[in-house]
Design a protein around this ligand. Structure first.
Ligand code: ZN
Length: 480
């Protein structure tokens, strides 16, 4: 576009100059050097009266004067202006695309990394990353970049940008090992850790209390520099006069765990606490301390980060969470029955949606429902495929067979819990030992019986589907 504009400008200038020069008219002699009209000078005059040049010399005189061609001048001027306008317009479009990052000093790029302009931000990050990777920066400059990022990382009000973390992590992990000052790297890891705790709000007396710890890392997406960093959580819990400590296995950050982390952007631990009074003289029995009703549970969650066994950072957060204990006979999970739901003639009922979300497949793929489900010793009977149930499914799965004498027999196959709108494939295993009663060839059912126990072990599921779901099969036993 700009090239085309330039061609038009040059063409315009050529026309304009040609028009200005025009063509020669008249028969007067003129000094070629200054254009003075030499008409009617005395013949012996050797020098031009105007500029003094030798007019007797060869080629010093021309005959006639230039008459400009006005339309040509106008056309030339018009063309040049259009060409210039075209170039200007192209430049206006191009300027915002221009990336000046590679010419900016580090302090300027540091200011740009949290710019409101996302493009400027991205460019500043990429340029700093490029300079860090090129090994052209002095350790002092790497520290300078790290300090700018630490300021952003330490501000909880800012939405964290993993590109910032990558700058520090790339600055730290050079070929020669650690490059940043140790204090800055420790501060980075300490600020990267943040922990939150969730507790199941309703728990039946005597059941373990489900607790979930969530660690959101304010780090970069490339974990090379964090290789060898492990995070070990410990929770100290106080409930009235009872207290206890729960530790869970540590997690190591590796480039492989970066993928897991990237999909959920957090590390998560699920744990249980069983309130129990430490044995000792003078301690009251448990029942007097924990009773049905509202309580407040205090948690002190600590994350300890170590790198190659050296302590790197510690992060502790305290939480006060309300907790209601239910009497021993009452389930903390509500069973949702089709009969209790309001009839919705226009929409598909929840029971229908549940039935549709469960599919059974035999060991032989694409078996139609009527084809036999072959059970071979040591193999799974088949799979339950559960996809997007409208409410949580928490079930024990059994194989049920009605005998001709009217009795019913059941064999346990699996236990499952699938959250609303989640999906899972559950293998169905029929464990039959030598002296066990065996199912017979012929009609049978695979039944999902509501079982609230898995849901009661979560921090957040308070409602599950409460009706059994029955899937008829044609069973065929072989190879015992
Ligand atoms: Zn002259």
């Amino acid at each position: 576009m700009a090239g085309f504009g330039l061609v038009i400008i040059l063409l315009g200038i050529a026309l304009w100059m040609g028009g200005r020069r025009g063509f020669l008219v008249g028969n007067h002699p003129y000094c070629k050097k200054c254009g003075f009209d030499l008409f009617a000078l005395p013949l012996e005059t050797r020098r031009c009266p105007e500029c003094g040049s030798d007019i007797f010399a060869d080629n010093a005189i021309r005959v006639g004067h230039h008459r400009p061609i006005v339309p040509l001048i106008l056309t030339g001027a018009l063309l040049s202006t259009s060409g210039a306008a075209l170039i200007g317009w192209t430049a206006v479009g191009w300027w915002p695309q221009f990336d000046g990052s590679s010419f900016k000093p580090i302090s300027w790029l540091e200011r740009d990394i949290d710019s409101h302009d996302s493009q400027k931000r991205r460019r500043a990050c990429s340029e700093l990353e490029r300079r860090i990777a090129s090994d052209s920066l002095a350790p002092g400059q790497l520290d300078q970049i790290a300090r700018a990022v630490l300021k952003l990382q330490g501000n909880p009000a800012l939405t964290w940008n993993p590109h910032w973390g990558d700058l520090v992590q790339k600055a730290e992990s050079g070929d020669a090992g650690h490059r940043l000052s140790a204090a800055l790297w420790q501060q980075y890891v300490a600020q990267a850790l943040s922990v939150t705790a969730e507790v199941r709000p309703r728990v039946r007396l005597g059941d373990p209390i489900p607790i979930r710890l969530i660690c959101r890392l304010r780090t970069g997406s490339d974990f090379t520099a964090l290789e060898g960093v492990t995070i070990a959580p410990t929770v100290h819990i106080t409930l009235g006069k009872i207290s206890g400590t729960v530790e869970t296995p540590h997690r190591s950050l590796t480039p492989a765990s970066a993928d897991e982390f990237a999909s959920s952007s957090m590390l998560q631990w699920n744990l249980f606490w069983i309130p129990s009074q430490p044995a000792g003289p003078g301690t009251a029995p448990l029942e007097t301390d924990v009773s049905a009703g509202a309580h407040v549970i205090q948690l002190a969650a600590t994350l300890i980060a170590t790198q190659s066994t050296d302590p790197l950072a510690t992060c502790t957060q305290n939480f006060s969470v309300p907790l209601k204990f239910l009497p021993a006979g009452e389930s903390s999970v509500h069973l949702l029955h089709a009969a209790d739901l309001p009839a919705t003639p226009a929409e598909e009922s929840t029971a229908t949606q549940i039935a549709r979300s469960i599919r059974l497949s035999g060991t032989q793929n694409d078996t139609p429902a009527t084809a036999p489900f072959v059970f071979e010793r040591g193999h799974t009977l088949g799979n339950l495929w559960i996809s997007s149930p409208p409410v949580c499914l928490s079930c024990s799965v059994v194989l049920r067979q009605h005998a001709s004498n009217g009795s019913t027999r059941e064999w346990s196959l699996a236990r499952l819990m699938v959250r609303p709108n989640d999906a899972a494939s559950i293998p169905l295993r029929l464990e039959i030992h030598t002296f066990d009663e065996r199912p017979d060839d012929g009609p049978a059912e695979i039944v999902c019986l509501p079982d609230a126990t898995p849901a009661a072990g979560t921090v957040d599921i308070n409602e599950v589907w409460g009706d059994p779901v029955t899937l008829p099969i044609n069973l065929q036993i072989s190879d015992f």
